[in-house]
Design a protein around this ligand. Structure first.
Ligand code: NCD
Length: 302
């Protein structure tokens, strides 16, 4: 692996390698024993052109846990605001020789464009609705910790699938690793083209989560939609909100996931989000650290 641009580029064996390393770091963090100097003297440059809480902070912490220094470039205070072009900005930053670049951008394929211009590994932290590979990897780690394996599980991904890079990367990873993926969304939030073979589509949530082992909820990505096509929060919750009543159609030991940020009372009810036995959201966030340590180590470590 030279860069991590998308799950699309990875074989099942490569996915398993990253998951094994992420599992190693999850256990090492719990025991307090790992090589804190693994990335000593390396510089990780984060370029976030879109907002982030979880992804940016966990890349920052993951890099520092391995001894790297992190430079968080900020679009608001950058020369992009003086009309410098994206490619000139990338060439400028590349001339400072960072050891890795982590990028999030609203343009489809921007991380691949950057990878073609710089001399260091590039990690995609989310581009448009295309891919968010480290989110899919940390979600897979979380499911495996709870269920032992992905193989044969029924995993329903519910909500604004059409605009979600999380759904896109997860659907590819999960099908490559043997899970049965379902998309559950109203027609206008269902993608035109499915990211993998074998995905079953449902517009009725009760049917879509029937017998599911895992239900993944997604926010409506209003920033990627025309104002006119955004449904009212109440109408959406009424038909698609994940409530305890609806969840009773899934397996009794169903687990609920959400990549965050969540909009309570829109795609998910409070009592589902806060259910201490079924909701994995905090575990997902915690697993962002070992997963990103694994990726940084594999791309930058000697
Ligand atoms: C998501 C993202 O930005 O792709 N969040 C995340 O990284 N955990 C999902 C979203 O914005 O809804």
């Amino acid at each position: 692996m030279k860069h991590l641009l998308g799950i699309n580029d990875l074989s099942p064996e490569e996915i398993q390698d990253v998951l094994n390393r992420a599992d190693y770091y999850a256990k090492a963090l719990a025991d307090g024993r790992w090589d804190r100097a693994k990335l000593d003297n390396k510089i990780v440059l984060t370029l976030f052109f879109e907002n982030s809480t979880r992804t940016l902070t966990s890349f920052d912490i993951a890099a520092k846990r391995l001894g790297a220094d992190v430079v968080n470039w900020n679009v608001q205070t950058s020369s992009i605001k003086k009309d410098e072009s994206f490619s000139d900005t990338i060439d400028t930053l590349s001339a400072m020789n960072p050891d890795a670049i982590v990028i999030r951008h609203s343009e489809y394929g921007a991380p691949g464009f950057v990878a073609g211009r710089v001399n260091c590994p590039v990690i995609n932290a989310g581009d448009s609705w295309r891919e968010h590979p480290t989110q899919a990897l940390l979600d897979a780690l979380t499911i495996i910790q709870e269920k032992g394996s992905l193989n044969g599980l029924i995993i329903s991904i519910c909500g604004d699938v059409a605009h979600s890079r999380v759904a896109n990367s997860n659907a590819q990873l999960l099908t490559k690793m043997g899970a049965n993926v379902r998309f559950v969304a109203p027609e206008f939030l269902m993608p035109q083209k499915l990211p993998a073979q074998g995905i079953a589509c449902f517009d009725n949530i009760e049917e879509g989560i029937k017998d599911a082992d895992v239900v993944m909820c997604l926010r409506i990505q209003k920033e990627r939609m025309d104002r006119g096509s955004i449904p009212s929060d109440a109408a959406y919750f009424n038909k698609y909100g994940l409530t305890l009543e609806r969840l009773s159609h899934a397996k009794p030991d169903v687990l609920v996931m959400h990549p965050g940020p969540m909009n309570r009372g829109v795609e998910i009810a409070d009592d589902v989000a806060d259910d201490p036995t079924r909701s994995l959201m905090k575990k997902q966030v915690s697993n962002g650290i070992p997963t990103r340590m694994a990726v940084l180590d594999m791309l930058m470590g000697e």
